[in-house]
Design a protein around this ligand. Structure first.
Ligand code: SF4
Length: 253
């Protein structure tokens, strides 16, 4: 729902898919000289994109719903988040104003299916207070903020870490920021592209310094890595069926 495929499916040249064929982007991409890490990252993208297709990632009808989902999804499955969000909607309080004024006990009860509901209520309320104080409850106003300044501010909100802040900004605000999660780390480590002691910021920079700066690419790439991690690169990897199996000889079988 939020993006179109960056490279499309099955094309040989990733830079010539018709849905991405504009003069501006052509110039941008043909001017690029991909360094080695960039080529490897693009090859991984292409293989996953060919396999999974356009994932229409991140369910959420509004930027605010996406932000709430990003906070609720910490340490739980998306299925549970969907139930919690449906309950907030049914109670008619899934707006910044209503949720800000709702009693903590009510919010906690409604989001109970997402787990850690008291902690998550506090986190939601902290985010809502921030949105209220800084942007008059306007998500649009918040996203007008310069990307790295907004990121810094979001990281100052209780309970919002790097992955949550980046998810809110990329998926809710179409900001050019790459989201790193446990699946990203696992796949990149197993593909020997990163070391196990790399920080979140270092992994994020690897992607952002070596890929074209493009919101739809970042959106779809993260979605592809999550899917690859869920279906193939699990704790016990299923390399035999993984679309990345042909890349080098580092499969774990
Ligand atoms: S080939 Fe194996 S190790 Fe590599 S990404 Fe796929 S499942 Fe993970």
């Amino acid at each position: 729902m939020l993006h179109k495929s960056f490279f499309g499916r099955g094309g040989n040249c990733p830079f010539h898919h018709k849905s991405f064929h504009t003069e501006k982007t052509d110039n941008m991409l043909h001017g690029l000289k991909m360094a080695e890490p960039g080529e490897r990252l693009l090859t991984i993208y292409q293989k996953l994109n060919d396999h999974f297709g356009d994932l229409k990632w991140w369910p959420g009808e509004t930027p605010f719903e996406i932000a709430v989902g990003a906070i609720l999804t910490q340490n739980t499955s998306w299925k549970n988040v969907e139930i919690a969000i449906a309950r907030l909607k049914a109670f008619n309080i899934l707006t910044p104003e209503s949720l800000f004024h709702a009693k903590d006990e009510i919010v906690a009860e409604l989001i109970r299916p997402s787990g850690y509901y008291n902690i998550k209520t506090r986190r939601l309320k902290s985010f809502l207070a921030f949105l209220h104080d800084e942007y008059n409850e306007s998500m649009e106003g918040m996203f007008k903020e310069e990307t790295w300044l907004l990121r810094k501010k979001l990281l100052g909100v209780n309970g919002i870490g790097e992955e949550t802040a980046d998810s809110i900004m990329l998926y809710g605000g179409y900001k050019e920021i790459f989201v790193v999660d446990a699946y990203t780390r696992r796949i990149m480590e197993r593909k020997k592209i990163i070391e196990d002691d790399w920080s979140y910021g270092k992994i994020q920079r690897l992607f952002m310094d070596n890929l074209p700066k493009d919101v739809e690419l970042y959106n779809q790439y993260h979605a592809l890595l999550v899917n690859a991690g869920k279906h193939y690169c699990k704790k016990r990897p299923d390399c035999r069926h993984c679309p990345l199996r042909s890349l080098e000889s580092n499969e774990i079988v």
